[in-house]
Every structure is written in structure tokens, then in C-alpha cells.
Design a protein around this ligand. Structure first.
Ligand SMILES: *[C@@H]1O[C@H](CO)[C@@H](O)[C@H](O)[C@H]1NC(C)=O
Length: 174
């Protein structure tokens, strides 16, 4: 049987399109900051953040999928109460190492991509040794400020790719 190039391209295009979910539900991933324990806390629950003592609400830091869609994977959430540090990773090896180091695995806020597909954007990861703070942002300018501030964070690359940078609740995305 023979296939034309055009027919093959049509098949490739439809497979590529199918790997990106069409108009998936995206919810805000909120960010709070606690100056007393030097911690950034990310949750999809505005109620959880507003009832967490000591955290200042900083709005939506990113969008996240509430259910697994396409090639998305869980963003694991861990917390170390002795260090006062919330830590997020998609990497199960890193997650397990953190648990061995005293972090407790908490409820995942949702699902993200591990590569830049389906119009996703990078969620940058930074770390401050002094105070033990994992910090995540989709903003390149905020990242640049954190790297060069009075208490500079170190660059830890990209934690994940998220469906949209800071989202405003109620906005129709598609
Ligand atoms: C996961 O983390 C481990 C330990 O840091 C690292 O060796 C590995 O390359 C990571 N895997 C991915 C897919 O990034």
C-alpha cells in the first residue's frame, strides 16, 4: 500500500494535535509568603492560604491543571516544618530524597508538564540557603530580581511547565 506525503503529514498533524488537550480546565495556583519563617507556599486553595497563619496572599503565580490531562504529571508538594520550607517537584527521585531528609508529602496542588508543550510556560525554581526557601515564579523579571537582590537566591532551573503564567480567577481562557 502506498501513502502520499500529504496523507502522512495529515496523520502526523492530527497525532500532534491530539497530544494537547483542547480547552482543559485550568485553575490558579496561589502564592503566599511568610516572612517570619522565610517560606513561599503554593496551593490551588485560596481558603487554605487565607487560613494559614503568617502567610501574606500574593495572588496567582501560575495556572495548573486540577486533573491529569494529556502528558501532564503531578506536581508533588512537600513541607518540612522544622525548616519552614514548602518544596515542589515533579521528580519522584527528588521527592523521595526530600522525604528521606524530613519533608512530608502533602496533597498535590495539581498537574503540570515536564517539557514545554501545548503553549505552556516555564515555572522557574530558585533557592535561598539562608532561611531555606524554595521559590517558584513564572515571571522572568521577578526571577532576575530574586537572583540579584540583597539576599540572592540561586538558580535551580525550571521546576515544570505550566499552562499559563499568573491567572486571574474567572477569566475565560478559551
Ligand atoms: C530527578 O532527580 C534526580 C536527582 O536529583 C536526577 O538525577 C534526575 O536526573 C532527575 N530526573 C529528571 C527527569 O529530571
Amino acid at each position: 500500500m502506498k501513502y502520499s506525503i500529504a496523507a502522512l503529514l495529515t496523520v502526523v498533524a492530527s497525532v500532534t494535535a491530539q497530544s494537547c488537550p483542547s480547552c482543559p480546565t485550568i485553575i490558579p495556583l496561589y502564592r503566599g509568603e511568610n516572612d517570619q519563617i522565610t517560606d513561599h507556599f503554593y496551593t490551588a486553595s485560596a481558603t487554605e492560604l487565607s487560613t494559614s497563619a503568617g502567610y501574606l496572599f500574593e495572588g496567582a503565580a501560575a495556572g495548573i491543571f486540577p486533573t491529569q490531562v494529556g502528558a501532564s504529571v503531578p506536581l508533588f508538594r512537600l513541607f518540612n516544618s522544622a525548616l519552614g520550607d514548602h518544596f515542589y517537584t515533579t521528580n519522584t527521585t527528588e521527592r523521595n530524597a526530600a522525604v528521606a531528609d524530613g519533608y512530608v508529602l502533602e496533597d498535590s496542588p495539581g498537574f503540570v508538564y515536564t517539557s514545554q508543550i501545548c503553549a505552556s510556560v516555564p515555572l522557574y525554581r530558585l533557592f535561598l540557603v539562608d532561611g531555606t526557601d524554595h521559590f517558584y515564579t513564572t515571571s522572568a523579571s521577578e526571577r532576575a530580581r530574586a537572583l540579584t537582590g540583597d539576599f540572592p537566591y540561586t538558580d535551580q532551573g525550571i521546576a515544570a511547565y505550566v499552562p499559563v503564567s499568573g491567572v486571574i480567577e474567572g477569566t475565560t481562557l478559551c
